[in-house]
Structures are given as C-alpha cells and as structure tokens.
Design a protein around this ligand. Structure first.
Ligand code: UN1
Length: 478
C-alpha cells in the first residue's frame, strides 16, 4: 500500500512514490511514500488558509486536549514507533524508542503551553492609559524537517505551531518519511479540523520550494543543511516571510587535564558516535589538553573497538548503520581528506559487512589534526571525530570558538572555575558541562549561533517567538 499525503482532511494518493529502504538491510523496503506535486502543495496551502480563521479562534482547551491526546498515543505506541524509526533511519532501537518518547512529551508540553500563553501588562507613559502586549498566531506555517530525527524534530515544530493556533503544511525528508507519516496519521485522528494540518511528502526541490515560495505561507521553519537553509532564507526573505533555521554544527568538546578520564571518554563516545554521529549536535571536534591527550585517545579508541556496529534493531547493537550510500560516501571522503591533510586514523573508518547488506561504517577517530583543516571546519554528519591537541584551557577555548558554527559546545573538567568560564565565553547557543554536546531536553530553548542557526530558538518558552506574533494594545479607560 502506498502511504498517501494528508491534504484538506483527506488522504490523497499519487503515483510517484519514494521507496523507503532500511539502511540496516537494503533488501527490506519499509514502504512506498507518495510524493506530492506542486498543485497538491497549493491545495494544501489553500486548505490551511481557509481553516485558519476558525482554528486560530478555537477554544484553547480544545487545542490542549487534542495535543495531549496526540502525545498520549505517541507515548503508548513508543515501542512500535521506535521500531519503525530504527528500521527506516538506522539509529538503534533504544535511541529510536527514546526519540519517539521525546516526541510524545513534546506534544504534552505544548498541550500545557496552550493555556500558559502569557502576555505583558505595562503602564503607559501617559496618564490613564494601559498597555497590553498579547501574542497571536501567525497563519499557515511551512515546516521542513530532516531525516535524522524523523519524529522528534517534526513534533517540536508541529506541536507549538498548532498550540498557538496556527495551521500547518508539513514536508518531512524524502529519504526517511515513515515516522513522519505515522505521526501525521496520529494527528489526523485527533479530531483536528480539515485543513489545519497537512502532510505533503516529496523532494525539497519540488515540495520544499513550493512551500518556501508561496505567498500563503507567512512563516517557514527548517532544520537541515547549511546550503539548503541558505536557499530557504533567501527565498523567504525575498517575500518578507518569517524564517527559523537550524542547520549544521561542528561542536567542540573540550577535555581538560583535570577531567575525570573515564567520564570524559564516555561523554565523547556518546556525543561523537551514538546515533551514528548523524546529529547536528554531535561532538565532532575533540579538543584535548596535551597532559591527558594520549591516555584519552587510547581509552576512547578502546571503547570504540568495543562498540557493536550492526542492524539497528538487533539486540546488543550500539551503533547502527549510516543512513544511505550518499552519506556513507561523504563520511569516507572526509576521512580521506583528513588523512591527506596529515591526520592519523587511529581506529575505525572502515566499511564493515554484516549478515544483511547495509551501510555499515566503524566509528572513526582521527588524531594529529589542526583546527583550520577541513575536517574541523566542515560538518561530516557521520561517525567521524577528530582530535585537536592543545596546551592549556585558554588555547582550548580559542580553538572551540574558531568555527563558522556555534550550535553547542561542551567541556569535561572537574574545575568549577574553567567550567563557569567556558559557560560564559563559549560562542555557542548551548553549552554542556561534563555532558555530551548531543542529547537535549524537550522543554528548554534549542538553537545555536553563527552559521548554525537563524531566527528565534526552538522549544520551550522560546517557541512562542517564532510561532506567534505580538500585538501591542493601548487602552484608555476614560
Ligand atoms: C539532540 O541532540 O538530541 O538535527 C537533538 C539535529 C538537531 C537535533 C539534535 N536539530 O541533529
């Protein structure tokens, strides 16, 4: 059966469909997912526009109940949704089930946010005049999401959009559409009025472009690559639409000489290689003090050799496959680039074969790298980490900040002084102390600086900045 698009409250099939292939076993086709054409996207946008006036004024309790119901169903089905996610994307069952649960909690968080949409009351500078600042929905939100978190990222954009009274036209990644389709199916049964939520699957060049360029979409939120994000920004800016972008990262993890070595190795292993390193928050630059460098590299390499790289859904697997052949090629190319720039490949970086044919790559650790090299300036998006040796904390901080990206920065240290200094001076949207740079909570602001992000942050209270527009009202009582 083809998985249809959801437009104006109807499931709409099309003949063109994307084949969703399991990266752990290329003989396993997860399903066929219909690709929308431009006219279908336009129908979805018109339906969303038509639904907006009533939805934006709908009783808040109704929206809260709906979001809560969606969250509850996701949580109740987390094992099944996690299995689908692991099968289509390649993260392990534990990681995928965790992501599904995260999606459920996001919906429940924004269910509560419906009724805590706060404003401001101020005194005017004039007598007998009050000022009230309230927040109103924006309209139809265009939502474009990547393949690496196919249920959590859609949830942290769709849930606040609906909570604040907006309508949605949602395009998931063409490569990994199954979890997003399952999410859309749950939303479709929540009692949501026709047109309020629309799913249009397909390619960025067709569906994505149609959304980003349509005058009926006053706001676009996108997570994905820097190159695509720039295109989204230009197109949206041309017609004055609001934009929120989450793009790449090249996140530094500083390991100081006073760090707890075992803990630092665990943090680096998780941050750099879990989820196969396919996270914009991955700890891909390991900046290590020379006094601890050799011991750290030895212990991390040992821990990496103990990882079980296999079918994402097989019990015992700790690192699943790379998502597709294109990403695998990119990972291998970057390892070659680093080596030709003088890096030493200490462990991993090899394609490995398993019972089933999949895109298996052993996690790679490169040492003797310098921060200016391409391996440290460009995002790989795979299980590849490079080590930069530094003499002291000051050099570590300078290297951490010398990056076009600024998503997340981490430090492993037992020194309160350095931890606090790093927290204040790291040029990143998020800082982690003795924790991996990846793996974030669902109820606090998420986002970066420099080339990593653009526009208001996502999640938590910041979500209101993008998904609402403020109104300042002056009231004279006599
Ligand atoms: C996480 O680290 O838990 O695309 C979330 C990404 C991020 C999400 C990371 N937007 O990898």
């Amino acid at each position: 059966m083809n998985h249809a698009n959801f437009i104006a409250g109807e499931w709409v099939e099309s003949t063109d469909a994307a084949r969703n292939v399991n990266p752990s076993d290329t003989a396993d086709v997860v399903g066929e997912y219909c690709r929308a054409d431009v006219s279908r996207v336009k129908t979805a946008i018109s339906a969303a526009k038509a639904a907006f006036p009533a939805w934006s004024r709908s009783p808040p309790q109704l929206r809260a109940d709906m979001l809560d119901k969606i969250g509850n169903e996701i949580l109740a089905r987390r094992a099944e949704l996690g299995d689908l996610l692991a099968r289509e994307e390649g993260k392990t069952l534990a990681e995928a089930t965790g992501e599904a649960a995260r999606a459920g909690y996001i919906f429940k968080y924004f269910a509560a946010a419906v009724v805590s949409n706060e404003g401001q009351v101020l005194r005017s500078v004039r007598p007998d005049v009050d000022v009230e600042v309230t927040r109103e929905p924006v309209g139809v939100i265009g939502i474009l999401t990547p393949w690496n978190f196919p249920i959590a990222i859609p949830s942290w954009k769709i849930a606040p959009a609906l909570a604040f009274g907006n309508c949605v036209v949602f395009k998931p990644a063409d490569l990994v559409p199954g979890s997003s389709w399952a999410l859309a199916e749950i939303i479709s049964r929540s009692g949501i009025p026709p047109g309020v939520f629309n799913l249009v699957m397909g390619r960025g060049t067709v569906v994505g472009n149609a959304i980003v360029n349509d005058p009926g979409i006053p706001a676009v939120t996108f997570t994905g690559s820097v190159a695509t994000g720039r295109g989204v920004l230009e197109a949206a800016a041309r017609r004055g639409a609001k934009v929120q972008l989450e793009m790449g990262g090249k996140n530094p993890l500083v390991v100081l000489a006073d760090a707890d070595l075992t803990a630092a190795v665990r943090v680096a292993l998780d941050g750099a290689f879990f989820s196969t390193g396919q996270r914009c928050t991955a700890s891909s630059r390991l900046i290590v003090a020379s006094a601890i460098h050799d011991r750290f590299v030895d212990e991390l390499a040992t821990a990496m050799r103990q990882q079980v790289i296999d079918d994402a859904r097989k019990p015992g697997t700790t690192i699943g496959p790379v998502v597709d052949p294109k990403q695998l090629r990119q990972d291998l190319d970057y390892i070659d680039i680093a080596r030709s720039d003088g890096a030493r490949l200490v462990v991993g970086g090899e394609e490995v074969s398993r019972d089933k044919v999949g895109f298996y790559l052993s996690p790679a650790l490169l040492t003797e790298t310098r921060n200016e090299q391409r391996i440290n300036q460009e995002e790989v998006f795979g299980p590849v980490a490079s080590v930069i040796r530094v003499d002291n904390y000051d050099e570590a901080l300078a290297v951490a900040n010398a990056s076009p990206f600024g998503l997340c920065a981490g430090i492993c240290t037992t020194s309160l002084k350095y931890a606090r200094h790093f927290q204040r001076n790291a040029d990143a949207g998020m800082v982690m102390v003795n924790l991996p740079t990846a793996g974030v909570d669902y109820h606090v602001p998420f986002g970066g600086r420099k080339e990593s992000s653009y526009g208001p942050k996502e999640q938590g209270r910041s979500a209101a900045e993008f998904f609402t527009q403020s109104k300042t009202a002056y009231i004279r009582s006599e």
